[in-house]
Design a protein. Structure first.
Length: 192
């Protein structure tokens, strides 16, 4: 039997060492309104690990990558189906489940940048390159150390088929999210 743990705002704020008011702002920005909560309801908002990860991820986009709230929401919305498909949002919050996800041998890095648009819609559209490291080989020679990574790549919202990853990586506005490291950081803080 799996026990699902629910987190409160205060608990999350203390575990993650994030200011309580900031955490509440992030949760209002990145989650739909709480069906049970409200200013006068008497119920505190509770988070599943999935919700916790979404808010933490959105906060990372705001605080560390300096995206606007609208841009952060867009990135989260764009990446959520992919994250769910790859197990980042399907978790029940049990320590065994979370630690198993952290210990996977794969590593995910997401590169993204605004997509050049022909017209102006007022909305930023991003294109994404998701690199999954499936194997790492380290060779030590007399001239130094050589690291060979075997990768698989997935592109999202990119119309170019051939060499799209190189075109995206050559863009000077490209940003990087080390998704595996961000996820592992959250798990370590929530389940020390």
């Amino acid at each position: 039997m799996t026990v699902i743990h629910y987190y409160t705002n205060r608990e999350v704020s203390e575990l993650l060492a994030i200011n309580l008011a900031r955490w509440k702002r992030w949760s209002r920005a990145f989650l739909p309104p709480d069906p049970l909560g409200g200013m006068q309801s008497g119920y505190a908002r509770q988070y599943t690990f999935k919700d916790l990860f979404k808010v933490f991820f959105g906060g990372h986009l705001l605080g560390h990558l300096k995206l606007s709230v609208l841009e952060s929401k867009q990135v989260l919305e764009d990446l959520s189906p992919w994250m769910k498909k790859n197990g980042f949002l399907n978790l029940n919050g049990s320590k065994k489940n979370l630690m198993g996800m952290v210990r996977r041998s794969e590593s995910y890095r997401i590169y993204f940048c605004p997509k050049p648009l022909s017209g102006t819609t007022g909305k930023t559209i991003f294109r994404y390159l998701i690199r999954k490291t499936v194997d790492v080989e380290i060779k030590v020679t007399l001239s130094g150390r050589q690291v060979i990574e075997k990768l698989t790549e997935t592109t999202l919202h990119d119309d170019m088929v051939e060499e799209s990853s190189l075109a995206l990586l050559d863009d000077p506005s490209v940003r990087l999210i080390n998704l595996t490291a961000l996820y592992a950081q959250l798990v370590r803080k929530v389940h020390p």
